[in-house]
Structures are given as structure tokens and as C-alpha cells.
Design a protein around this ligand. Structure first.
Ligand code: SF4
Length: 93
């Protein structure tokens, strides 16, 4: 499973990302070239654009499922969404 604390800083902010386990096999770039690209110097893939539609997200998920080393994750930060602060109990008062 991909680790979002270990993702490449090159990833576009958002849900999908590639972490540092990537072995540069090219599969995600073949599957979803509109979202995954290669860092030529580093020899790895990263998400350069986040999917905007459900159809696009499906393509990214296909790449995620095909990745041989599980380097792709989709639990990255949502753009525009406000994540609840950890430890907040939501109590009134
Ligand atoms: S499919 Fe996985 S290992 Fe292959 S290039 Fe993409 S992220 Fe890297």
C-alpha cells in the first residue's frame, strides 16, 4: 500500500499520488498519461494533474491497481476539502 507520508514532492496536491517505492515501470503513464508523468532526472513517476471527473478518477484507479509495487495511493489530501483536526471530539460548549 502506498504511503502518503512518503510521496514525491512533485505530486500535484490532491487525492492521487506516487510514493517513493516507484520502480519506474511505466505502467501508470501508459494507463493514464493525462495524470501520470515521469521525472526524467529521478527516474520515477508522479501525478502531475489530479483527475477532475469520475471517469478520470477511474483511469487513475486503474493505474493504482496495476502498479506492481503499490506505489500509487488515492488517500492524499483532497483539494478544497477541510480535513477535521485530529483529536477534536466535536463537543458543544
Ligand atoms: S505503475 Fe507504479 S512502479 Fe510503475 S511507474 Fe507507475 S507508480 Fe511507478
Amino acid at each position: 500500500m502506498a504511503d502518503k507520508t512518503d510521496k514525491w514532492p512533485e505530486n500535484a496536491p490532491g487525492k492521487f499520488y506516487v510514493d517513493q517505492q516507484c520502480i519506474d515501470c511505466d505502467l501508470c503513464r501508459e494507463t493514464a498519461p493525462d495524470f501520470f508523468t515521469r521525472n526524467e532526472d529521478g527516474g520515477f513517476s508522479f501525478v502531475y494533474r489530479q483527475p477532475a471527473t469520475e471517469e478520470d478518477a477511474e483511469l487513475c484507479r486503474e493505474a493504482l491497481e496495476g502498479c506492481p509495487v503499490d506505489a500509487i495511493g488515492e488517500d492524499g489530501d483532497e483539494v478544497g476539502a477541510t480535513a477535521p483536526a485530529s483529536g477534536q471530539a466535536g463537543q458543544e460548549g
